[in-house]
Structure formats: C-alpha cells, structure tokens
Design a protein. Structure first.
Length: 154
C-alpha cells in the first residue's frame, strides 16, 4: 500500500525526479542529492556566476549535444507535483553545495521535508560516521510515513 525509497547521490536525484509521476512512493530518503541540469544549478544564487559554475554548465551542455536529450524537469517541480510524499534529505556538512541544495529543497517543501545535515562528512559519508544514528533516523522516518492504520474487513 505504501512504498519507501532510499537513494544515494545520483540515485537520490533519480528518486526525486520520479516522485511527481509516482505518488505511490510515499516516503523518500536521499543522501547527497543535488541537481541534474543547468536550470537547477542556477536556482542557487551562489551558482549563477559563469565563473562559479563553468564546469557544470559545460558538462550539461555536452550531455545535451551528444545525446540530443532535453534536460529533465527540475527536481523541485517534480517533488511539488505530489502532496502525499514525505522527504528526508541527508546532506554532507563538508559539501557546501550539497547543503545549499538540500536546504532549498526542504524550505520549498515545508512540512513534507526533513533536513539532516551531518557535520564533518564528505558526500554520502553520513552512514560511515555513525551507522547506528543513520539507521535509527531512517527507520524512524520510514515508520512515521509508511505505517498506516490497519483496515479491518466489514
């Protein structure tokens, strides 16, 4: 009846992108998700400067040229398409850009989002820093958003 999902880095971005078309995913945890297009990159004021984001812009342009694919819809747009999905964003405290994107996501989604910034870790390093706390937080989140009241037959 309810589906929960966990994605790391690009896998998390895939889940966030799929959330709008798959409202049956009622709880999503991402660890290290950030952005997947120039449009998303420039959603952060700090990244609008060409000097600051040159490499990422070249990468996204190259993908478009070599694949003939248009960029996907922005992650925030996808996440906003469903009102039934809850999100837990895990961000590495040593990665300024990762923290900024996850703060943006959490702020935009309001009560449906929880942000956990793990200090002193690199990208997707939260689990290795404290596996017990990581497990507890994820299990609590999934239990809160996946357990429902049992239906009894009439």
């Amino acid at each position: 009846e309810r589906i929960g999902a966990l994605g790391f880095s690009m896998g998390g971005e895939v889940l966030l992108g799929a959330s709008g078309a798959n409202p049956e995913i009622t709880a999503i945890v991402t660890d290290g998700a950030t952005r997947r297009s120039t449009e998303e990159l420039t959603a952060l004021p700090s990244e609008r400067s060409l000097v600051r984001s040159f490499t990422a812009r070249v990468m996204y342009a190259a993908v478009r040229v070599f694949t003939w694919e248009t960029p996907p819809d922005p992650l925030l747009e996808e996440m906003s398409r469903t009102e039934s999905t809850a999100f837990l964003f895990v961000a590495a405290g040593k990665n300024e850009l990762e923290v900024a994107f996850n703060e943006l996501f959490a702020e935009a989604l309001g009560d449906r989002a929880t942000l956990w910034v793990v200090n002193d870790v690199e990208h997707t390093g939260a689990y290795t820093r404290d596996p017990d706390e990581y497990e507890r937080r994820l299990l609590d989140f999934f239990e809160d958003h996946l357990q429902g009241t049992e239906q009894t037959a009439p």
